[in-house]
Design a protein around this ligand. Structure first.
Ligand code: EZ4
Ligand code: CO
Length: 420
């Protein structure tokens, strides 16, 4: 017998099912802010949509998809989600990174959408069904000063939110992360060239504990309070802030330090019991391996669009579940309603869901992306329609052409470049 005999020469482009991918296109639209959407069409008229938005670098992902991914999809069986994922990930040779993983994510979402529509089931049913009745979300309360932030937080409480993130302007700084011009719709990518912010860690460290002390007094013990440091502290500074915030029992302290060096989080852990969240900019499980394995964090913020789609996020979540880490998917407005729909189908199907970030899209965005999910009393209800329960209105999308928009950059008071 020939030891080197091969399996039958099936080409994996051949559809196992009768369904075939016949066309795919990338749609860039700016209904108030930029979104990149992938639409994959099949031989049986079923199509799927995926989000490929990477804030401030949108056209890089659009080009990656158009030039290097779409030609590889035509003729494939859209049901082969895992194989297509592996083909795009391993097959590129150049693994990972936000551009590649956002492109793969868009394909993955669109394929799950197609599978759901072909089966006549919402995607979460294909992922194992419901593990909970609805998805707890947190909103963003912010103000130019502590009083303004508390006022916004009261409004979220009145809307039924069970969790709210608090960010406040810092005395002495003209602007900072998380404080919006329009109080309900925060969009940091606000200019054709990056806006310059100035930063003082000292001023920030003085203000935040006072914010949370007053917030507990004003809002009570019941509501979950969260805060995003947005990568601006060193490990020892973060350890001190996390310790100073302990009396106010935060749900989490997010992105306390830059996570490129995963062991940064050890020092914070040694000094504080404030729960830690990180990972909105992670692309793969490898960005979080040590963080999860050593239980250095409590919540992993990796999200469906920037971390390779539902297929890869499920693996991250399963790995996290082994280590008592829950999910807390990124859900800012730069993630389109397609990402939100995918995240909700994912969240409802996994055992270790923690919380979902939810920033409202503007009505212009909602009109371009009609969707079935809905907010009720601090919870998001998931679609019961087949697939992801979200669509793109292409005619409307075409009325909003792309506009260059960058995230801000951040400098210390002496002018040194810093993390935004
Ligand atoms: O700054 O999505 O927790 N949410 C965040 C976001 C990010 C934006 C960047 O595009 O940190 O507001
Ligand atoms: Co964040």
């Amino acid at each position: 017998m020939n030891r080197f005999a091969q399996f039958p020469a099936q080409t994996y482009r051949d559809a196992v099912s009768p369904l075939k991918i016949v066309s795919a296109k990338v749609i860039v639209t700016c209904p108030g802010r930029n979104f990149v959407t992938l639409k994959i069409e099949t031989s049986q008229g079923i199509y799927g949509v995926g989000d490929a938005t990477l804030n401030g670098r949108e056209l890089a992902v659009a080009a990656y998809l158009k030039e290097h991914v779409l030609p590889l999809l035509i003729g494939r069986d859209p049901h082969q989600i895992e194989d297509i994922w592996q083909y795009l990930y391993r097959g590129a040779y150049w693994r990972g990174g936000p551009v590649t993983m956002s492109a793969i994510a868009a394909v993955d979402m669109a394929l799950w959408d197609i599978k759901g529509k072909a089966a006549g089931l919402p995607v979460y049913q294909l992922l194992g069904g419901r593990c909970r009745s609805a998805i707890t979300v947190y909103g963003h309360a912010n103000g130019n000063d502590i009083e303004g932030t508390l006022e916004a937080a009261r409004q979220y409480k009145d809307l039924g939110y069970k969790a709210v993130r608090l960010q406040t302007g810092i005395p002495g700084l003209a602007s900072t992360y998380g404080v919006s011009k329009d109080k309900f719709f925060y969009e940091p990518a606000d200019a054709g060239l990056p806006t310059e912010n100035r930063w003082s860690t000292e001023a920030y460290m003085r203000t935040v504990p006072e914010l949370f002390e007053k917030a507990r007094m004003a809002l009570g013990d019941e509501i979950h309070l969260l805060h995003d440091v947005h990568h601006r502290l060193t490990p020892i500074e973060a350890a001190r802030l996390a310790r100073d915030l302990e009396p106010y029992r935060l749900f989490w302290l997010e992105d306390a330090v830059v996570a490129e060096n995963q062991q940064n989080f050890r020092l914070i852990r040694q000094h504080s019991t404030t729960p830690l969240a990180v990972g909105e900019i992670f692309s793969t499980v490898w960005d979080a391996k040590q963080l999860i394995e050593e239980q250095l964090i409590d919540y992993i913020r990796a999200t469906v669009v920037h971390a390779g789609g539902i297929t890869h996020l499920r693996k991250i979540a399963a790995f996290a579940d082994l280590h008592n880490v829950r999910t807390g998917c990124h859900g800012a407005t730069d993630l389109s309603p397609i990402s939100m729909a995918a995240a909700l189908n994912f969240n409802i199907s996994i055992p270790n869901f923690g919380i979902q970030e939810y920033m409202r899209h503007t009505s212009a965005t909602d009109a371009v992306f009609p969707h079935d999910y809905r907010f009720e009393e601090g919870l998001l209800q998931v679609n019961e329609s087949p697939g992801l329960g979200v669509d793109i209105d292409e005619a409307l999308a075409a009325e909003h052409p792309y506009r260059p928009a960058y995230l801000p950059v951040n400098r210390l008071l002496d002018g040194s470049m810093f993390n935004w």
